[in-house]
Write a protein that binds this ligand. Sequence first.
Ligand SMILES: [Ca+2]
Length: 276
Amino acid sequence: MTKKITFLPVWLIALLALPLAAEQAPPPEAEHKPGERITLTVNDVEYAFRWCPPGTFIMGSPDNEANRQRDESQYRVGLSQGFWMLETEVTQAMWESVMENNPSQFKGVNLPVERVSWNDCQEFIAKLNAELKSGGRQSPGSTALEGYKFSLPTEAQWEYACRAGTTTAFHFGDTLTSQQANFGSLQTRDVGSYPANAWGLKNIHGNVWEWCLDFWGDYPSGAVTDPTGPDRGARRVLRGGSWSYVAEDCRSASRNHVFPAYRNGNIGLRLALVFE
Ligand SMILES: [Ca+2]
């Protein structure tokens, strides 16, 4: 008797392979590595962004951190969506190409824009989003940015991006030197001047304070996913310290807050690209 060899029908093989293929397919977020760089051109000015993956972290500072303030009480934050963070502070070249003005105290195309209020930043961002939607001025093939819009980062996104996985007072460690960041100096420096953190972000400590989206207020006591700060308030959050401030104000957990119409040579911004 001849040995009978049977073959599984093709459709059955395909069916058996399906669950495996589904398990192996990466979720969309996993397509990007932490710190992955992408560029976008608007009005002939290049914007470089770094990928910040979804994840959880402890926001705020531990009780034993030197110079910590009362409003830095720790709580667990989950960020359900990854986002793109501008590699540097917004430059004067970026600002001027969109707003057709340059309010900065210290002038230079590659210096951070400053003397911009939170309200001014909303106008800048609205104009950038209009450019992004029109699609005419993006880098060819930048499909990775489909579905994203420009925004200020939330305070949680800012601290998560600043820490890039670290739990120390600064992403560099527990101290900050004048070789690592621009603080205690006489003016702003070029946005690419100092070493980056693990996700490629530069000058996130020092140079200029960076506006966040949130109102300032006490942190919640329990864990929160995608926190956006208090529902109402008078002052908006600033993060990261600046050129005229001391190192302790540049800590990853350090918070500052001023009125949204306030402008000062110490205050600029960093853009995020967030999923709509
Ligand atoms: Ca900064």
